[in-house]
Structure formats: structure tokens, C-alpha cells
Design a protein around this ligand. Structure first.
Ligand SMILES: *Cc1c(COP(=O)(O)O)cnc(C)c1O
Length: 499
């Protein structure tokens, strides 16, 4: 399988797309086609464990990897010692039509582990296949969860380093501590004075800067990305949509071919894009429901066909979705525009220069035939956490609750009761203060720090505090670097020099 840039660039192999992350023309790599998965194959997946399911999907894209290479990488990534549930991505039933796909059982308690436990293995294999002997230096912009998951994945992996930029005041206390206490000799964590979009735009600018790349190369290093702009991040995410479907088949909730709706808490559009890719491969999907928080630029986009970032940026209780520029939407636009790279370049230029673009009525109709979109503000999110806890005895985090609320509204509006899967992206203990406040009321959290909130939440709900959260309390803070938005290049160089 070859890969092309969304802006029309030339073809590369899977390992090259993974190794270099972003295409030289600034576009994102997309597969030449979507390999079909038949109903027969879907049925076979029901008899497989998670690694076997992943292998079946991955090998259709990663054609320049051998099957033993893929299987060894998967076994290392989804090691049962690193995930606290043997199913890796277990499904929980809320009621006859509603399920939760739990993607937070990995080491950093967010769905980013599903891809970032695997990516370092794919990266080092890709380096070897392409004779790349320089250090692969991963640069990451994070809205909270990618950073820690990337650090944990790349920590002490020979031939790599990992540098993370996070927005100083844009992440939860637990998220910040998870990053700043990271061990490893090849990890760097830098707080940027700005929001996630500033961090992401800054990192993208560094990738596109010839001068910066030359300076990095001079140090014997080559840049790569662990953000969801990297195809290596997307392909492991396709797997769990198939896995969820196989689990529903096993539970007798559907028969093969029946449609399932997925509702996905969305920020950078990577997770839901993987669902779209699964659908393009033949997974029977009804609607893909895109759930946003108050930063609802995507809701407006799906409803109007206009993407417009000229709006206020809000800090919400679902910080990993506090994003106005959703990078992976570019890959969906590419499909929507019949793979017309020139048109994508034009839209992206308009976005950069005048902060908006319009896809036109026909394309908007195409979008709405597959997607639906909605949002929840912080109060609706808190109410949803409480309702699910009281009615279904299920404790969800703030991001998952946004999706749950949007599903509820979607069903009320459309009457569509197709079995639906709420994609759960984080453990409630990553956001314990907001979850506790939702369950017990604002007064309950007054004066408590993140750890005390966790203990209280465990006491009230009986859901155990994960070991990783408890351990944070006694870990020393190792990373204290800070920088301004316009000084990211210098900050990376300082990190490389150990300053
Ligand atoms: C990253 C993240 C999201 C958003 O996922 P995208 O792929 O960026 O759309 C949602 N919830 C949590 C908890 C996350 O960490």
C-alpha cells in the first residue's frame, strides 16, 4: 500500500509515512485505498483476541512490514502487564442499545495509549527499513493526554527522543504531574505560554521550517511526529472499532451486517477519523456522531459547511478537546473532495490566511450522510456524569460524558435507536475533581487537591483509584522548562543540549 499527501504530493511507503509523520508539502499522509474487510472476516474476528484482531487490520495497511514484525510489535505494545484489563479495549453495557468502549486501560489512563504504546515499535522498525541512522526526534504538541502517552511510549527507546509541548494552564493537575514526573534519559517536557492551538501550530511550523530541520539534522537527528497527524497513530485506532463490533456480535447484540452508531468525544479529529476509515473498509456503521465541548467549531462545521476559527477559545472541564483547529479533518476533507489535493491546499491556505473556508452545499450533504454532530457545555457534561452514575451505575470521565450527552440529544432529536457505542477516552480519575463535583456537588471538592478528590471519589463510588494516579503523589517533578510561543525552536535546541 502506498501513501499520498492530502495536498497532492508523491507516493511513499507505509514505513516512510510513519517515520517522517508529515508530508513535505505540509499535507497529511493518506492510504492509496481502504482495504476491504468482508463480513466473513468480521465474523472471524469474533474468535480472536485483541492482538490477533489488530494484526488482521494492521497487515492490510503496513505492507512493507512482515507479519512476524507486526505481531511482535503488537505483543509488546498490548502486553497484559501494561493494561489493567485483559480485553485491552473492553465493552461495557449500559442498556440494550447503549455500550461503552473503554479505551483507557493502558499505562497513562487515556485512549492515546492504544496508539502510542505501538507507535515507538513501528517507528524504530520504519527507521531500520529506510536505513535511517539518525536519532528519530519526536516533537509533540499536547492538549493533555498525548504528551504523557508519547513520553511513556518513547521513554528510553534506543535511537529516539521525545519532546512534548503542553499549554501551561490548559491541562488538569493529574495530566500535568503525569508529564512533569516522567523518567527516561530521552524525554523533554516544556510548558508553553499559550493554548493547545498555539502549541500545535508552533510544532507544525517547526516541522515545515527548512532552517530548523537543518539545525536538527546537524545534530545527527531527524524530526518525526507522534501527534495524530502521523498515520502510525491512526492505524492502531482503526482496530478498536472492529474489535467493538466483534464484541457486539459475540454478545448477540447484533448480527453481522447490522449497523452500529459510534459517538466519539472529539478534539483533533483523529479518533473519529479512524472510525470513518473503519467504515470505509466495510465496517457496518450507521452514523458517526462527532461530540464537542463548548469549543464547538466542528458542530458548526457539520451544520453549516463552513469551518471558522474566528471565535472565543474556552477552557472547559474536558481539556483534551479544547481545540479550534482539528488537524485530522484535513483527511476527511480529502475524501469528501474526491481526493483533490489542490482543493485541499486552497482550503488550508484560506484557513491560514483568513481563518475560515467553506466546502459548499453538495459536499456538506455528503458529510451529513455519514456524520452527525453536537456538543455539551460544562454543566450538561456534569449532569450527564451524574445521570449515568445514578441511573446506570456507570462512572464516566468528562470527555466521555460529553459524548454520552450528545448521544442522548441525538436520539431525542432523530428517534434513531440503532445500537450505539460511546467511545470512552479517559479514566474518570484523570479528572477526579470535576467528576467528583458532578457526582457529589461543588461543595464536595472545596479545599481538596487532586489526590484527595480521587480518594473521595473512590469512597463515594467504589470505583478503585488506578495505581498510576496514586504513585504520582510521591514522584519528583523532573521537567520544569517553560517557553514563549515564539521561542519553541530555541527551547527544543536547549532540550537537546540538556540545558
Ligand atoms: C485526545 C483526547 C480526545 C480527542 O481525541 P481526538 O483524536 O484528538 O479527536 C478526547 N478525549 C480524551 C480524553 C483525549 O485524550
Amino acid at each position: 500500500m502506498s501513501f499520498f499527501s492530502t495536498r497532492g504530493g508523491t507516493a511513499v511507503t507505509a514505513s516512510q509515512a510513519i517515520l517522517y509523520g508529515l508530508a513535505p508539502d505540509g499535507g497529511l499522509y493518506v492510504p492509496a485505498m481502504f482495504p476491504p474487510i468482508s463480513h466473513k472476516k468480521l465474523t472471524e474476528l469474533t474468535q480472536m483476541d485483541y492482538c490477533q484482531r489488530a494484526s488482521a487490520i494492521l497487515r492490510t495497511y503496513l505492507e512493507d512490514f512482515s507479519i512476524p514484525e507486526i505481531d511482535a510489535a503488537l505483543a509488546a505494545a498490548y502486553d497484559p502487564k501494561k493494561f489493567d484489563d485483559p480485553a485491552i479495549a473492553p465493552m461495557k453495557k449500559l442498556d440494550d442499545e447503549t455500550w461503552v468502549l473503554e479505551l483507557f486501560h493502558g499505562p497513562t489512563l487515556a485512549f492515546k495509549d492504544m496508539a502510542l504504546q505501538l507507535l515507538p515499535h513501528l517507528t524504530t522498525l520504519s527507521a531500520r527499513k529506510n536505513g535511517e541512522e539518525r536519532e528519530v526526534s519526536i516533537l509533540v504538541a499536547t492538549s493533555g493526554d498525548t504528551g504523557k502517552a508519547a513520553l511513556e511510549g518513547f521513554k528510553d527507546v534506543p535511537g529516539t527522543s521525545c519532546t512534548v509541548f503542553y499549554p501551561t494552564d490548559g491541562v488538569s493537575d493529574v495530566q500535568k504531574l503525569q508529564m512533569t514526573t516522567t523518567g527516561g534519559d530521552n524525554t523533554h517536557v516544556i510548558a508553553i505560554n499559550g493554548n493547545f492551538d498555539d502549541a500545535q501550530t508552533g510544532v507544525k511550523t517547526l516541522f515545515g521550517s527548512a532552517e530548523f530541520n537543518a539545525a536538527v539534522n546537524e545534530k545527527g537527528k531527524v524530526l518525526s511526529s507522534a501527534n495524530s497527524i502521523n498515520f502510525g497513530r491512526l492505524v492502531p485506532q482503526i482496530v478498536y472499532y472492529f474489535s467493538a463490533y466483534a464484541d457486539l456480535l459475540n454478545a448477540g447484540a447484533i448480527t453481522v451486517g447490522d449497523p452500529v452508531n459510534f459517538v466519539v468525544p472529539t478534539g483533533n479529529f483523529g479518533n473519529i477519523l479512524a472510525a470513518y476509515y473503519a467504515r470505509s473498509m466495510g465496517l457496518p456503521v450507521g452514523k458517526l456522531i462527532c461530540a464537542s465541548n463548548r469549543n464547538n467549531v466542528l458542530t458548526d462545521f457539520f451544520r453549516s459547511g463552513v469551518y471558522d476559527t474566528r471565535r472565543q477559545f474556552f477552557k472547559t472541564t474536558s481539556p483534551s478537546m479544547d481545540i479550534l483547529i482539528s488537524s485530522n479533518l484535513e483527511r476527511l476533507l480529502f475524501e469528501c473532495a474526491d481526493r483533490d489535493g489542490e482543493l485541499i491546499s486552497t482550503w488550508m491556505k484560506q484557513l491560514k490566511e483568513s481563518y475560515s473556508y467553506c466546502i459548499g452545499e453538495q459536499r456538506q450533504e455528503w458529510m451529513n450522510s455519514v456524520f452527525n454532530a453536537g456538543y455539551a457545555d460544562d454543566q450538561q457534561c456534569a449532569e450527564e456524569i451524574r445521570t449515568r452514575y445514578e441511573q446506570d451505575h456507570y462512572l464516566m470521565d468528562t470527555h466521555t460524558a460529553v459524548a454520552s450527552h450528545v448521544l442522548r440529544e441525538y436520539r431525542e432529536k432523530t428517534g434513531d435507536m440503532t445500537p450505539a457505542v460511546i467511545v470512552s477516552t479517559a479514566s474518570p480519575y484523570k479528572f477526579a475533581a470535576d467528576v467528583l463535583s458532578a457526582v457529589e456537588g461543588k461543595e464536595a471538592v472545596e479545599g481538596l487537591d487532586a489526590f484527595e478528590c480521587s480518594e473521595m471519589l473512590e469512597k463515594v463510588t467504589g470505583v478503585k483509584v488506578p495505581q498510576q494516579v496514586k504513585a504520582l503523589r510521591s514522584l519528583p517533578v523532573r521537567h520544569k522548562a517553560q517557553c514563549e510561543r515564539d521561542a519553541m525552536a530555541e527551547a527544543v535546541m536547549n532540550a537537546f543540549e540538556g540545558k
